[in-house]
Ligand binder design. Structure first.
Ligand SMILES: NC(=O)c1ccc[n+]([C@@H]2O[C@H](COP(=O)([O-])OP(=O)(O)OC[C@H]3O[C@@H](n4cnc5c(N)ncnc54)[C@H](OP(=O)(O)O)[C@@H]3O)[C@@H](O)[C@H]2O)c1
Length: 331
């Protein structure tokens, strides 16, 4: 099981600059929210990570709470680092986040300086790393001054425990303020992690402009709407799917007849263009110029292989985007 990275790993991947920074991200990145926790097969997760790196996916996204149980995805990725990827650490962009519940009491979640910096230390231990490349505030905290939350990100960067600061799930107004505060602390906001897919269009309503104005990159999470925008649920709910598992965040009740009708329409359009629905959905996200990287999840190497096909696929034309959007009129 010894691993040596493929010599051709940079052959096909496309990298896009993140805002106005020195960071370039692969157009497809891998997220470890599901499928890499203590309840999952370590060997399958390891195979997916190796396949990703061998294909030029140098960016792996984590958070303190990924699992289940919380923390276990970081621990498993830390094992993969030790076993396989350590010699290539300087080529990797590894991110983690803090914001959701990790331990009891007032300092176990949200955006206090005490929580964020303690959580980062725990993450680094689990990951077996001296630093992460990006440390995110995972969500806006309505009760903590934004100066304190952003100050904690800036401290993480100044201490060398993180190289860049990011935010996730912030509104356009919150993003604008966060960017201004971070600038005043000489720690520019590198990136915003946004939910964006054919089914979740909110970033188009103002956020994309705010990111542009502030030179912040965007990484789009759940681009397949957790698997809904694939052929996974066309014939029912497979037991090994996210919606079929008891701990998955996608629930069977989310898979409504109306959603399935739209998915079938999109699937027919994808077929007529000789591609899978997953490819269509991912390339649709990639084709929007504010998106730096498409942050996909995968439960198997064949899924990742399919998703990698969008790397060399031309962006959709405006006409194609309109044709795809027209399928959504039923949702
Ligand atoms: N910042 C935040 O608040 C936040 C929130 C959520 C996610 N994220 C990040 O975004 C990452 C991606 O999110 P996500 O996992 O929800 O993304 P996603 O890409 O929308 O969904 C991934 C799921 O889609 C299915 N899938 C993937 N490729 C497929 C293919 N080619 N054919 C058929 N099915 C396919 C798999 O489902 P099965 O498992 O059923 O096979 C896979 O687990 C996360 O890992 C995390 O890093 C961030």
């Amino acid at each position: 099981m010894d691993y040596t990275a493929s010599d051709t790993r940079y052959g096909n991947m496309v990298y896009r600059r993140c805002g106005a920074s020195g960071v370039q991200l692969p157009v497809l990145s891998l997220g470890l929210w599901h499928n890499f926790g203590g309840v999952d097969s370590f060997d399958t997760g390891r195979e997916i990570v190796r396949k990703a790196f061998d294909s030029g996916i140098i960016h792996f996204d984590l958070a303190n709470n990924y699992g289940p149980p919380p923390g276990s995805a970081e621990s498993n990725f830390g094992r993969i680092m030790k076993k396989d990827l350590d010699p290539w650490r300087d080529e990797l962009v590894i991110s983690t986040k803090a914001g959701y519940l990790m331990w009891p009491g007032p300092f176990g979640e949200f955006g206090s300086r005490k929580y964020l910096l303690a959580s980062l230390d725990h993450s680094l231990k689990r990951l077996h790393l001296d630093y992460v490349d990006i440390f995110y505030s995972h969500r806006f905290d309505p009760d903590t001054p934004l100066e304190e939350t952003m100050g904690a990100l800036a401290s993480a960067v100044k201490s060398g425990k993180a190289l860049y600061a990011g935010i996730s799930n912030y509104s356009p107004e919150q993003t604008d303020r966060a960017a201004e505060i971070l600038r005043s602390m000489d720690t520019p906001c590198l990136i915003h992690q946004v939910k964006y897919s054919l089914f979740r269009r909110e970033p188009e309503e103002g956020l994309s402009n705010v990111l542009d104005t502030n030179n912040i990159g965007a990484i789009a999470f759940s681009p397949l709407a957790q698997g809904l925008l694939t052929d996974r649920y066309l014939d029912g709910i497979p037991a090994d799917s996210r919606a079929g598992k008891p701990h998955g965040f996608l629930k069977s009740e989310h898979i409504t007849p109306g959603i399935l009708e739209t998915v079938r329409k999109l699937n027919r359009l994808a077929g007529s263009w000789s591609m899978t629905l997953a490819e269509l959905a991912l390339n649709w996200v990639k084709s929007h110029s504010f998106v730096t990287s498409v942050l996909v999840g995968a439960s198997s190497v064949p899924q990742l292989d399919t998703n990698l096909r969008i790397v060399t696929m031309p962006d959709f034309t405006q006409g194609q985007i309109e044709e795809i959007n027209a399928c959504l009129s039923l949702t």
